[in-house]
Design a protein around this ligand. Structure first.
Ligand code: NCD
Length: 308
């Protein structure tokens, strides 16, 4: 297979296993490219990509921008706070105006779940969802699964725990879809108040005891508490959260085995993860960041429809 089954990357839900395998195979070759002394290839020359960020972002925005630059695309950066959105313009009008300037691809982050899907239905350019509210964050899940495959050889048959604020996390949902498609077993861990009702319907295990979950898994993907999306208090204090759901060195040392620690960032040191774990040899957090650029290069290339 040499082409994706989709025109847009809206969510992992819409990808086939072959799509994911193709993205990984393409990522392998782009990883080789970004480790060369000259990291740039002409693949997307004459393709214009607009990065539309309606929500704050550091690493995802930089990662996409770097991926686009390494592919020689022309880039336009847009952030909602400095645009006419603050003057009351609608999403469709904003995007149609940008597209009238002949843009080929749109990378979009938006606080509303479904915003990229809505755009995909109304405009012609290829859309990549860079995170839509609490819904999906497909490139994050792809880079997470790619990093597990790189570290452990395969994703199939691995046991992966996703720990923390499952309710408000788009990383969690995209990871569940991606890991399950690739044949991993998924367990969700966190306070009951941050666990979506009926989440077991997705075929995941749910555990409220962190130590038990860590004893079960090969990989722990630790999430940040999404305080900015929480309208009420879901737990008494960050200190209490850290006590029951924070990963620290003594907890890892008490396990009878080694597990791989992941985090999509940004990290809140001392809350969901302690510094000695985040910076330890168990952690592949910076590998995830490195792989993020290559995975995004692969996604941009495959959705651009270019052949070489
Ligand atoms: C995640 C996000 O924005 O959804 N971060 C990221 O993409 N690097 C997770 C988070 O914000 O906690």
């Amino acid at each position: 297979m040499s082409a994706l089954s989709v025109k847009h990357l809206i969510g992992i839900k819409y990808l086939t296993i072959d799509d994911i395998e193709l993205i990984f195979k393409t990522t392998d070759s782009f990883k080789e490219v970004i480790n060369r002394p000259i990291k740039k290839v002409p693949t997307l020359r004459d393709t214009t990509v607009v990065n539309l960020f309606f929500e704050n972002s550091t690493r995802t925005r930089i990662s996409f921008e770097l991926a686009e630059k390494r592919l020689s695309a022309d880039i336009v950066n847009f952030s909602a706070s400095s645009s006419s959105v603050s003057k009351g313009e609608t999403l469709i009008d904003t995007v149609n105006n940008i597209l009238a300037m002949k843009v080929d691809m749109v990378v979009m982050r938006h606080p509303s779940p479904g915003a990229p899907m809505f755009l995909a239905r109304h405009i012609n350019a290829s859309i990549i969802n860079a995170g839509d509210g609490t819904h999906e964050h497909p490139t994050q899940a792809l880079l997470d699964a790619y990093s597990i495959r790189e570290k452990l050889g395969t994703v199939k048959g691995k046991k992966v725990c996703i720990i923390g604020d499952i309710k408000h996390s788009r990383v969690a949902l995209s990871n569940i879809y991606c890991l399950q498609k690739l044949g991993a077993e998924v367990m969700l861990v966190g306070p009951p108040t941050l666990m979506p009702t009926y989440i077991e319907a997705l075929g995941v295990k749910v555990e409220y005891n962190l130590k038990k979950a860590l004893e079960w898994c090969d990989v722990a993907n630790v999430l940040r508490i999404q305080l900015e999306r929480q309208d009420i208090k879901y737990f008494p204090s960050l200190r209490e959260y850290a006590l029951y759901f924070g990963i620290n060195k003594s907890l890892l040392d008490s396990l009878k085995k080694e597990i791989v620690i992941m985090h999509p960032g940004p990290i809140n040191r001392g809350v969901e993860i302690s510094s000695d774990v985040a910076d330890s040899e168990h952690s592949i957090i910076l590998n995830q960041v490195e792989n993020g650029v290559a995975v995004r290069m692969a996604t941009l290339f495959l959705l651009s429809g270019r052949k070489e």
